[in-house]
Structures are given as C-alpha cells and as structure tokens.
Design a protein. Structure first.
Length: 264
C-alpha cells in the first residue's frame, strides 16, 4: 500500500532529519517552512524542538525539550550562565531520551519524517556528550540524516565559505551520518557560486587568491581536502522565507536515507 503521498514505501520507520547550523543560519525558520510543506503535501511529519532556551517557536512541536526541562530553573539551580544552562538542560533531556525514542517507535507506522531543531549555538549540540548520545540514539533506531544549514549570503566570502565547509566536514566525520548541505536564504543570494566552488577547487582557489590577506598555500591545501569532502555530500538550495527548494530538499533527504540504509 502506498502512504498516499507518492513517497516510496520501502521503509516502515520515519527518517530523522537533524537540523544543525550556525546561530542565525535559519534553522528554526526552515523548520517552520518544512512543517508547512509537509502539511500541504500530506507528508506525515513529527516535529521535535531540542532548544531549551528558545522563547517562542513559529511551529507547533510534538516533542519539546521545554516541556521537560525548565532552562531558567536549571540555570538557577546549578548556578550557570546561558550556555551552561542550555548544555545542562540538554544533558538532563538526554538521560530520558530512550522515552523519546519509544514515543516515535510507537508511531513509526504513521510517520514519514521527524524534523529535529537543535540549540541556537551549534557546538552545544555537535560537540557535547548529550548531542552525541541523542544523535546515536536516533541513528541506531531510524534512518537518520543531518541537514547542515548554511547562511548563503554570509558565505559569499571565500574565507567564510571555507570555514563553514570545514565545520560541516567536522560534523560529517563526527556523526558519520549522511550530510545535506542546505544552502538557505537563496532569496537573498543564489547558491550558484557555492556549487561552482564545490565542483572545481581551482575556481575556489582563484576566488580565494584575490583576497590578499589570506595564506594562499593553506587555502590551496584545504581546498584539496574539501574537494574530497564534497564528493561525499549532497547539497540543495532553499529559502525558508520564500519556500523555494522544499521539494528538492525532501528529494535529497530521500536519497540520503537510501544512502543510510546501504551504509549503516
Ligand atoms: P536559527 O538561529 O538558525 O534558528 O535562525 P532563525 O531561524 O532564528 O533565523 C535567523 C534570521 O534569519 C531570522 O531573522 C530569519 O528571519 C532569517 N532567515 C531565516 N531563513 C531565511 C531565508 O530563507 N531568507 C531570508 N531572507 N531570511 C531568513
Ligand atoms: Mg533556532
């Protein structure tokens, strides 16, 4: 039987989409857009918020860390600053994550995707024990992919672009999950330049060498490293604001989920 939305029916479990990216890259706005898209297309989605410090969300979360952990209380109780508060809240939530997995498992037959929003400060999720525990809990139970959100207009400078790609690279090697470079805000700047730089490292080197302040030998070595990294990646251009690229995004998620099934 078809699930009714034209999606292939080869899997019974939902695909987990972990949305990560630098603060301000547009994770939360993109989550909202993806949720709207799933509603419009009768795709059965589940939404999870893992940011304990967010004040208001533009979407309704099915599972929200804020229902379980009160970030402000955690700060007071453990005498922590904002980042320590977020990290400790995430640690507390991670200890109960088997319950979260059970909730999703019980609904697995009725779900196509689980969209996961992560804390504003990327390293709190990607470089913490609890982030690793949560990622591992997902990936050992369901096909799991990482959507790395890039602020496209702010990555037009070659140096910034390279830093961002090196960060994405570190996430790929840390999670060992299929990674989707999600170039967001294409309503402001098209991501064509990024595709060209990723396609041909000499094009990137030429762009970078026009920046006098940059160490050209380091740039050249790193762009070779990244050339190998790009071969293992999928990318898509989206706009959380205009809604461009949503079909392409879910297509890429499907391809990445298949990659997961073959590899893990
Ligand atoms: P987060 O910190 O990664 O969750 O980022 P937010 O979703 O809070 O977005 C940060 C800022 O970028 C907000 O002002 C958004 O309105 C803006 N933004 C997000 N996505 C887009 C987009 O696709 N296009 C434009 N023009 N702005 C966006
Ligand atoms: Mg956010």
């Amino acid at each position: 039987p078809s699930s009714g939305n034209g999606l292939p029916n080869f899997r019974r479990k939902p695909v987990i989409i972990i949305v990560v990216g630098m603060a301000g890259s547009g994770k939360t706005t993109l989550m909202h857009r993806l949720v709207c898209h799933t509603h419009m297309r009768n795709i059965r989605g589940y939404v999870m918020n893992l940011d304990p410090a967010v004040m208001t969300l533009p979407y309704a979360a099915n599972i929200d860390i804020r229902d379980t952990v009160k970030y402000k209380e955690v700060m007071k109780q453990f005498n922590l600053g904002p980042n320590g508060g977020i990290l400790t809240s995430l640690n507390l939530f991670a200890t109960k994550f088997d319950e979260v997995i059970s909730v999703i498992e019980r609904r697995a037959d009725q779900l196509d995707y689980v969209l996961v929003d992560t804390p504003g400060q990327i390293e709190i999720f990607t470089w913490s024990a609890s982030g690793a525990i949560i990622t591992e809990a997902f990936a050992s139970t369901f096909p799991t992919v990482v959507a790395y959100v890039v602020d496209t207009p702010r990555s037009e400078d070659p140096t910034t672009f390279m830093s961002n790609m090196l960060y994405a690279c570190s996430i790929l090697y840390k999670t060992k999950l299929p990674l989707i470079l999600t170039f967001n805000k294409v309503d402001v700047a098209a991501h064509q330049f990024a595709l060209e730089w990723m396609e041909d490292f000499e094009t990137f080197q030429a762009a970078a060498s026009s920046d006098q302040s940059y160490t050209s030998t380091l740039t050249q070595s790193l762009s070779l490293v990244l050339d190998e990294f790009y071969n293992n990646l999928k990318s898509v251009g989206v706009s959380a604001v205009s809604g461009v690229g949503m079909e392409a995004f879910f297509k890429t998620v499907e391809a990445s989920a298949e990659e997961y099934m073959e590899t893990y």
